[in-house]
Write a protein that binds this ligand. Structure first.
Ligand SMILES: O=c1[nH]c(=O)n([C@H]2C[C@H](O)[C@@H](COP(=O)(O)O)O2)cc1CO
Length: 137
């Protein structure tokens, strides 16, 4: 599958090790992760030479091309929230993963649209298991 992985950049990258593990597993399973560069600790620097318009056009094209979206939502992010709404409006299945105990916006936890899920995890293994269950649905 062509997958769009979404995670916070501007507001913090504290979850980058989990993001890297999730993207690495997706690739090992044979999926194409359109946003694979987000696994790198230097992802923001990698996009540093792009204008905001270029990032918006590239990322929305990738969202339209994707079969499903997986987001790490433990750190609140304008970009992630926008990407989730954009994907939902286009009928994409969406999985949101959050560390247990963090507060996630009710604008995500309140979504009852079919194909949208929020799951919490305590360990990286648990996050990986949620991801695989979502893809096997
Ligand atoms: O440089 C960038 N490149 C990029 O692809 N994004 C996208 C991918 C991420 O899923 C999301 C992060 O948004 P934010 O920076 O508001 O946390 O936006 C966001 C930025 C910076 O806003």
């Amino acid at each position: 599958m062509d997958l769009y992985f979404s995670c916070s950049l501007t507001g913090g990258r504290g979850d980058q090790p989990v993001v890297a593990a999730l993207i690495s597993r997706l690739q090992a399973l044979g999926h194409c992760v359109l946003t694979a560069h987000l696994a790198d600790a230097s992802a923001m620097a990698a996009d540093g030479g792009l204008s905001p318009e270029a990032v918006y056009e590239r990322d929305t094209a990738w969202l339209r091309a994707s079969d499903a979206v997986i987001a790490e939502v433990s750190t609140p992010s304008h970009g992630v929230g926008f990407e989730l709404a954009y994907a939902l409006e286009r009928g994409k299945p969406v999985l949101c993963l959050a560390r247990e105990g963090v507060r996630v916006s009710k604008m995500l936890t309140g979504i009852r649209q079919p194909g949208f899920q929020v799951r919490t995890y305590r360990t990286v293994e648990e996050a990986l298991a949620h991801q695989e269950a979502f893809l096997g649905r």
